[in-house]
Design a protein around this ligand. Structure first.
Ligand SMILES: CC(C)(COP(=O)(O)OP(=O)(O)OC[C@H]1O[C@@H](n2cnc3c(N)ncnc32)[C@H](O)[C@@H]1OP(=O)(O)O)[C@@H](O)C(=O)NCCC(=O)NCCS
Length: 170
């Protein structure tokens, strides 16, 4: 697996990834992300997530043949901007091979070369056992207090408030 910065040409792969209800189970409850929503809102936001720093933002994971595996992010944490927030979403057929852990640990090691004291965070819903296991394997620790993912209303997709669990390094 290798990681490269996300680009506008990845739109089709992002839409296809989110078309799998298994992938979206703990993100939307199953429904896909509409292509127009990616085009108009999400992709521009993802492309800007690094704030101009090429070592931050969204990174596409590819295998050695250049096939799209999914993505990772390493971005300033929206709640605590001093932290870097980790995230990942992989194609269903690539799950269970340690790839999420491998990619996350690679991004963490890379960030630590610039700042060894970097605090890393990650958030998910309590039911997302695979994601929580990846966070724990990468050395992030579950925080006792739950928080709320805010409700979101987009054209073609509306998400209710959801309870979330925060993991972070100390
Ligand atoms: C979360 C996700 C990225 C994990 O990818 P992955 O490459 O399969 O992860 P890894 O193989 O590195 O590790 C997964 C771990 O979770 C464990 N796991 C998987 N499903 C599990 C479940 N239902 N209950 C408990 N543990 C589970 C695996 O056994 C593995 O742990 P182990 O190495 O101790 O055996 C992948 O499932 C995914 O893309 N899910 C959909 C998108 C998503 O939910 N993203 C996270 C949003 S916060």
């Amino acid at each position: 697996m290798r990681l490269r910065p996300l680009s506008p040409g990845d739109l089709d792969a992002l839409v296809a990834l989110d078309a799998d209800p298994d992938v979206m189970r703990h993100i939307t409850g199953g429904p896909p992300t509409p292509r127009a929503l990616y085009l108009d809102v999400l992709l521009p936001r993802m492309l800007a997530a690094g704030g101009g720093d090429p070592e931050r933002g969204f990174f596409v994971a590819e295998d050695t043949d250049g096939d799209f595996l999914g993505w990772f992010h390493l971005r300033p944490d929206g709640w605590e901007p001093a932290w870097l927030e980790l995230g990942y979403r992989l194609c269903r057929e690539r799950w269970g091979q340690g790839l999420a852990t491998e990619g996350t640990l690679a991004l963490m090691a890379h960030a630590r070369r610039r700042d060894p004291d970097t605090v890393f965070s990650a958030r998910t819903v309590p039911e997302n056992a695979a994601s929580r296991r990846v966070m724990a394997k990468c050395g992030l620790v579950e925080q006792p207090e739950r928080f709320t993912f805010p409700a979101r209303e987009w054209p073609g997709l509306s998400l209710p408030e959801w309870e979330g669990v925060l993991y972070r390094t100390t």
